[in-house]
Design a protein around this ligand. Sequence first.
Ligand code: UN1
Length: 531
Amino acid sequence: MDSVLGGSNKKTITMSTVATDYGMDKALQQLGLKDVNHGTSTGSTWYPGGEEIASYSPVDGALIGKVTTTTKEEYDTVIKTAQEAFKTFRAMPAPQRGEIVRQFGNKLRELKEPLGKLVSYEMGKSLQEGYGEVQEMIDICDFAVGLSRQLNGQVIPSERPGHVMREQWHSLGIVGIISAFNFPVAVWSWNTALAWVCGDVCVWKASEKAPLCSVACQNIIAEILKENDLPEGISCIINGDYTVGEWMTKDTRIPLISATGSTRMGRIVGKTVAERFGKSLLELGGNNAIIITPTADLKVVVPGAVFGAVGTCGQRCTSTRRLIIHESVYDKVRDAIVGAYDQIVIGNPLDEKNHVGPLIDKDAVDMYLNAIEKAKEEGGNVLVEGGVLEGEGYESGCYVKPAIIEAENTYEIVQHETFAPILYLMKYSGDVENAIEIQNGVAQGLSSAIMTNEMKEAERFLSFAGSDCGIANVNIGTSGAEIGGAFGGEKETGGGRESGSDAWKVYMRRQTNTVNYSDELPLAQGIKFDL
Ligand code: UN1
């Protein structure tokens, strides 16, 4: 078909047989997704809902199933149920809540295969990455179980005699989760696993582009909650377009909104939540670069850069969008990367031979094509041609070829996050500081990386004067973060941190206590107030 495909993309399937060919039928059965026609739930209770949202697979264009949108009345019932559940759940000892999350993690271990397949089929990422996403859920559950015994506060010395100060952490309430299509299950679990051990209850509005993933997750957790005699309202899902999101962001009953998506969306969410003094955790767009220095090892650079750029078909927040290459090694690195693109096999992501699946939908394909056009208009030099794949196996119209374009960092299109496999190559000369300036010279600040064997360069990249991103890696790519670290970024990425480290603190409210165990009442700052 095309040279970019290599010769091995022979496994083609027809639209009607994909589900059975790759065990999708069985997977849907195992996940309780046969004949679903609902999308609003407080646990084991499902509500009929309003309009239908159809979920078509970008893999083969087939209709996987339908959910319904949440009506305003149902939304209010969900929030009231969650508020009630919070009263019970926050009173449960944190390690017991951890036990619930442990059971959830174990269930995910059992269902890794069907859930990974569903992620792959509904969203389009490769099966390996679908399984990886479920593994990320399991990992955060394990992390949260340990955390459930470590929601530690501290004791602070008081300046007054006979006084002691403490800081403790209390449950917050309802956590509203708005998630994107690209990580349709993992990002929800980053939030829920932590929120639950913290004693919060969760209301999730998943992406309309991957709604069945949310129903599958809800089925799994609802069973665990029921087995443990826990009330409805601890895990809720709602569905719909931005109006449902707006109900959440304006709702003073939801103290924390955790939103993942575009900077455009985050700007609206952040503002709306701030207006009512709610808290928001924003994980927005990235424009991630790898700096490739003269001492970089090509064996590390090539897989790191290529997986970063084409993994999840360039639809990760952490996808590599820019390579900033030292002029002395530019030709060698460029040729190696371009050569590696020849090996990429594009096709049905459920077939493990394929590296890259489709984009999420035709709108995404249009954005990808427009970005390539724009880069050309601005003077970009195309090294690996993009384009939409046609023919057998590509009937959904969502399969595109990963492209490589030589470009300047100042191009408007390069400054912009396009959720597609387009990699921009640019040169730097002189010191690593020049590369860092280019790397930081965008509005976003999620992930970054440097490839170097020179210790001083690595440390300069990681120093206060180095990368301005929330994630800065050495000798690995920009994507594929582990759950143990705090995940998120600066500038237009929104400033939020999810997942590991002390990200749990955002799911709780901090309280400072001063206790006087003396018989006097000395005032702080030595103030005298004698009556
Ligand atoms: C996202 O793209 O929103 O670091 C999340 C990564 C994954 C998570 C990405 N662990 O690429």
